[in-house]
Design a protein around this ligand. Structure first.
Ligand code: SAM
Length: 213
């Protein structure tokens, strides 16, 4: 995602109440942040955050944490959340590589991965959020019945992601190579910014849902 550099974005983020600043301090205690026992779901690589905010509005009994690596991108999400004032959403600026440092075993009820960066070079495969290395991290933090849902229009990334599942603790529960033509998998579909852009260009959207074997 390319955005102009917003001057002082780190400072603006540091001063914002919707952003969790000391994420490792909350390991095992995320329920305290929301003040209730509702399940906690993550979107990793949320970008400008429309998906997670729409989901949160539809599901007030679920808490959502949006994880984004870059301050300039996160700032856009914060501006939107300030307008929408959703009590069940918080953001974390972090690299998801370190996700096991801030969530306890089984603390997360679900993970969404939407239009993840493809990292096309083979030597960067382990940076892909759907790689076996990331699936192992998700295995640590996801509850027993937790699901991983992944959408992309990048067929090469999706094929890679499907292959990686065999090397993980998960199995594919549902899969589509053309989500928007799949009546069953489209039930309750919430569009992301990238999904809207690429599907309007005619690109088919791939999706899988994983559960534990
Ligand atoms: N999910 C959004 C959507 O579908 O509209 C944004 C997709 S954008 C292509 C991918 C986002 O993931 C970018 O904002 C990028 O900064 C973020 N990202 C990539 N790798 C990440 C990582 N390791 N940890 C956290 N965020 C990451």
């Amino acid at each position: 995602m390319r955005l102009r550099n917003v001057t002082g974005s780190r400072e603006m983020i540091a001063a914002n109440d919707f952003v969790i600043h000391d994420e490792n301090e909350h390991k095992g205690k995320w329920k305290e942040i929301f003040g209730n026992d509702n399940p906690i779901k993550l979107e990793i690589g949320m970008g400008k955050g429309r998906f997670i905010m729409d989901l949160a509005e539809l599901n007030p009994d679920i808490n959502y944490l949006g994880i984004e690596k870059y301050s300039t991108v996160l700032l856009r999400a914060i501006q939107k959340l300030e307008e929408r004032q959703l009590p069940n959403v918080r953001f974390i600026r972090m690299d998801a590589e370190y996700i096991c440092d801030c969530f306890d075993e089984g603390e997360v009820a679900g993970i969404y991965l939407n239009f993840s960066d493809p990292w096309p070079k083979d030597r960067h495969a382990k940076r892909r959020l759907e790689s076996r290395q990331f699936l192992e991290r998700y295995d640590h933090i996801l509850a027993g019945d937790g699901r991983i849902e992944f959408k992309t229009d990048n067929r090469a990334l999706f094929d890679f992601a499907v292959e990686e599942v065999a090397e993980s603790a998960f199995e594919i529960k549902a899969l589509s190579y053309d989500l928007h033509s799949d009546e069953k998998m489209m039930v309750g579909n919430v569009m992301t910014e990238y999904e809207e852009r690429f599907s309007s260009q005619g690109n088919p959207i791939c999706k899988y849902i994983l559960e534990r074997k």
